[in-house]
Design a protein around this ligand. Structure first.
Ligand SMILES: Cc1cc2nc3c(=O)[nH]c(=O)nc-3n(C[C@H](O)[C@H](O)[C@H](O)COP(=O)(O)O)c2cc1C
Length: 308
């Protein structure tokens, strides 16, 4: 493939991969609200053999599909099965979940950079751009991010850096200085990630690290409108007010409609989103209880419509 570059995208803001969140419906909403590109949830190499798991649709492309696993051949085969169906295939080298690490995948790969090199090298023989998403290392005494980034520089079209260690999980502070160090040492685009909470943080990350793109996870899960406000802030310096509860509920109606269209409705994922979207608003705990009692899709849609 001649052009194995990261896709050209309209905004420098990227939706992070989030298991149980970034399904096709959520990705389409974030793209519409200003995400330049979205990552899928991570797919295990074995899961991809089932036909109903991979959920990318042409309308949302370009898109990044993330995979995880430990076996080089299985990762290669999984990636091969996605050629032509996605725009970038991303290797997860950062998931801290015990189930994932127990299989030697996700952040466990931070312990074996030779293996990572071998996996990326092989994946890169495919006719599709490859990327990876990393953490800094196992803990602060075993930081491997720079070494890993130099490997990625040889085979990948981009690298996303969640600036925490495996042992930090999702707590503590992300150390953006490593994103800067990586940016200074590689030629591929660097995607900075970790601790973006306010629109001002996006500019701060660009300014402090020189990264090419900023990836947003938990903030987008609570508030996909964040992409629109952050793009506006980057353009104008103006901080727009957050959207109202009613506007957020309208977005949830749209989410449910997309779930129906793409057959991807998962009650638990919806409940999680409802909790995130409604947090901090009046009566939200009472509403959460009401929502969690509703079992039928159409009743749920009706209820959320009433809240708009
Ligand atoms: C619910 C949830 C699910 C996640 N799933 C994935 C995943 O599948 N793959 C991955 O690389 N990172 C995953 N992450 C990590 C995020 O992509 C991101 O790196 C992390 O949340 C830090 O960014 P933030 O501070 O903007 O949230 C997940 C995070 C959350 C909160």
């Amino acid at each position: 493939m001649k052009n194995k570059k990261f896709p050209r995208i309209k905004s420098k803001l990227i939706l992070a991969p989030m298991a149980g969140v970034t399904n096709v419906a959520f990705r389409i909403l974030c793209k519409k609200l200003g995400a330049g590109i979205c990552y899928t949830e991570f797919f295990h190499t074995d899961a991809l053999k089932k036909s109903d798991v991979f959920d990318v649709v042409n309308d949302e492309r370009p898109v990044v599909t993330q995979i995880f696993g430990n076996d080089e051949n299985k990762l290669f085969e999984a990636a091969k099965s996605l050629v032509g169906k996605t725009d970038v295939i991303d290797l997860n080298i950062g998931c801290p979940a015990p189930k994932v690490i127990g299989l030697g995948s996700g952040a466990a790969l931070l312990k074996d950079l030779d293996k990572v090199e071998s996996i990326l090298k092989k994946m890169n023989t495919l006719n599709v751009p490859i990327s990876c998403k990393i953490r800094l290392g196992i803990n602060e005494k075993k930081i491997v991010a720079l070494e890993l980034a130099k490997i990625a520089d040889k085979y990948c079209c981009a690298i996303a850096v969640h600036a925490r260690t495996l042992e930090q999980g999702y707590s503590g502070k992300a150390d953006w200085s490593y994103i800067r160090k990586i940016k200074e040492n590689v030629s591929i685009p660097v995607i900075g990630n970790g601790d973006i909470n306010k629109v001002e943080d996006v500019k701060k990350m660009f300014d402090e690290t020189g990264c090419d793109y900023v990836m947003i996870g938990r903030r987008a899960m609570k508030d996909p409108f964040f992409f629109r406000r952050a793009n506006h802030y980057l353009k104008t310096g103006e901080v727009l007010p957050e959207e109202s509860f009613e506007e957020k509920m309208e977005l949830l109606v749209e989410y449910l409609q997309l779930c129906k269209k793409y057959n991807c409705f998962e009650p638990n994922n919806f409940k999680l989103l409802f909790i995130q979207f409604s947090r901090g608003y009046r009566n939200s705990s009472k509403l959460r209880v009401e929502i969690s009692r509703i079992k039928k899709f159409d009743e749920l849609l009706l209820k959320v419509r009433e809240l708009c």
